[in-house]
Design a protein around this ligand. Structure first.
Ligand code: ARG
Length: 559
């Protein structure tokens, strides 16, 4: 149970339970100055209800607050300021972390599932920065959900179906070169795709041909299908390289094409429920307060939205999840609003648990990066650059390090992931290789480095986690102990808000505070405090490592 909850319960008792523990906990504050205690309880809300002066309430209450967790209380201008028993709490926190280790801060496993739809790149197109965002945010959310007791189902809803494949087939037949495509599939496919768009601007009949080609793909035409399969396999191979680097895995790669033969069910169901309305030969579902959702085109071809409807129904049957996150850029907000409201109209109560988890754009010089015009920074190149810079740094700072390659990869990848996750996901991020690769300041490598530093300290001190002891680690450690104590709440809140940045910010704060402590305290002092200090350092390392793991960032023991 959290400290604030325990203190709230003591206060609630003292108030003769006129105020629930939850109500009290809501009111608790963390004083800005150390002199004002560790936890403050303002009495102004109570004063209004009880028709008594806040100061009077605070005074009376302060006399009744007795608990082993509380060292002393003071009353000041309507507040009860509570000073906690630091030794007792330090002992509790260190014991909890040394006992639970990486399980610390986690919830008991429940049977509930959460489906997380993330990454979902488009076949025959480069893995864009937007897909990188979805990949790292989604992967981290899956880790965080698991830490909160859920069973996470990671789904890659590949963009492997749609009119763009009609365009590609037409483009390939007109300008494609098999050898070139075999050598560099995505690059070459992108080239002919971009070319298609240029040509189609002048010659609209190309678009007509593309529509027909997609139609024949949907109807199972053999030639079209085999081209499509080839494009898909070649692209997946390239995506796989990125997933391997990032160490991201999926439970399912059922993308849009998977629903091709399942769409009649949706369309029939919509028809039966009287929701399908004809509009210029196409079929739509009318919605309140937003544009209608297009279900089939004039030629009967289905759309992105149709496949998402089908996917939602299929997943509901298959997984029976209690929650679903769609980790997709905020430019698709309308699409998901429409999707959810069509499902609602179909009478599916379960659709209430579907959530769009949006994120901002990756900008280059203030502008959106789009693949269609070929303006794209290839993600694989970005990661490769990050790794190269990491290696350069290692060669400069620690040339004798073993397994340099492996560490450079961990650091480079960590830099890229952290650079994304430290930001509130709704913010647009300006793409800056330089900032991403800055290994000092608010970066992943800084947190990794702090962890590695503690590892070498523990090694020098011959620390063994089993031999937990506690005497005194010095008052400066108290801020850090409070952070460690707070970790379970951070994990909980990060899930509640589907916001990995809370974990990233926490890890930065913890690393910074520890480095400050380390600069002022001799840990290997060789006296009776050493083993306690090592235990303390160990607990910090456990929580740092676990924070990074939740973000999907690997941690080298040495760097
Ligand atoms: N492939 C899509 C894109 O790149 C993202 C798919 C997201 N998931 C979904 N179920 N719609 O824009």
């Amino acid at each position: 149970m959290s400290l604030s909850h325990q203190i709230a319960s003591v206060i609630s008792n003292a108030l003769e339970n006129d105020w629930t523990v939850e109500q009290v906990e809501q009111l608790l504050e963390k004083p800005k100055q150390k002199e004002l205690g560790d936890i403050a309880f303002p009495c102004f809300t109570l004063a209004k209800k009880m028709r008594k002066a806040p100061q009077q309430i605070a005074l009376e209450l302060s006399k009744k607050l007795e608990d082993k967790l509380i060292a002393s209380v003071q009353v000041a201008s309507g507040y009860v300021n509570i000073f906690l028993d630091q030794a007792l709490i330090t002992n509790q926190v260190l014991r909890a972390i040394t006992t639970d280790q990486q399980e610390y801060g986690g919830k008991n496993k429940k049977h509930e599932k959460i489906v997380i739809d993330f990454s979902s790149p488009n076949i025959a197109k480069p893995f864009s920065m937007g897909h990188l965002r979805s990949t790292v945010i989604g992967n981290s959310l899956a880790n965080i959900a698991e830490k909160n007791g859920y069973k996470a189902v990671r789904i890659n809803h590949l963009g492997d179906w749609g009119t763009q494949f009609g365009k590609l087939i037409v483009a390939y037949k007109l300008w494609g070169n098999k050898e070139k495509i075999l050598a560099a599939p995505i690059e070459e496919l992108l080239k002919i795709y971009v070319h298609f768009h240029e040509m189609a601007e002048k010659d609209d009949s190309l678009n007509e041909q593309a529509r027909a080609a997609f139609k024949s793909l949907e109807e199972g035409d053999e030639e079209a299908l085999s081209l499509w399969k080839w494009f898909k396999e070649a692209s997946l191979k390239e995506f796989q390289l990125i997933y391997e680097l990032l160490d991201v895995h999926f439970d399912s790669y059922a993308g849009e094409a998977f629903y091709n033969d399942k769409m009649t069910t949706v369309v029939d169901d919509l028809k039966e429920k009287g929701l399908l309305i004809e509009s210029h030969g196409a079929y739509v579902v009318e919605l309140e307060d937003m544009p209608p959702s297009l279900i089939t085109k004039k030629d009967g071809a289905t759309l992105y939205a149709t496949r998402d409807l089908s996917a939602a129904m299929y997943r509901h049957q298959t997984y029976q999840a209690s929650r679903t996150f769609y980790v997709v850029g905020n430019e698709q907000t309308l699409h998901f609003k429409q999707l959810f409201s069509v499902l609602q109209k179909m009478g599916f109560e379960w659709s209430k648990q579907l959530e769009h988890v949006p994120f901002g754009m990756m900008l280059k010089d203030g502008k959106k990066m789009s693949t269609r015009k070929g303006k794209v920074i290839l993600l694989a190149d970005v990661i490769a650059d990050a790794i190269k810079t990491a290696k350069h740094n290692i060669n400069e700072k620690n040339p004798t390090l073993e397994n340099k390659e492996e560490v450079a990869t961990q650091v480079g990848v960590g830099a890229v992931i952290f650079n994304d996750l430290k930001n509130d996901r709704m913010n647009d991020i300006e793409f800056s290789l330089e900032q991403m690769l800055n290994f000092e300041g608010e970066t992943g490598p800084y947190v990794q480095y702090t962890y590695a530093r503690i590892c070498s300290l523990l090694q020098k001190g011959n620390f063994e986690a089993e031999a937990f002891s506690f005497s005194s680690i010095g008052g400066e450690a108290w801020t850090i102990i409070q952070l460690l104590e707070d970790f379970p709440r951070v994990v909980e809140k990060a899930f509640e808000h589907a916001d990995p940045s809370q974990i990233a910010k926490f890890s930065l704060l913890l690393a910074r505070q520890f480095n400050k402590y380390y600069a002022n305290t001799k840990i290997l002092a060789d006296d009776e405090t050493t083993s306690s200090k090592l235990t303390f350092a160990f607990t910090v390392s456990v929580v740092l490592k676990e924070s990074l793991r939740l973000l999907g960032i690997p941690v080298p023991e040495k760097m």
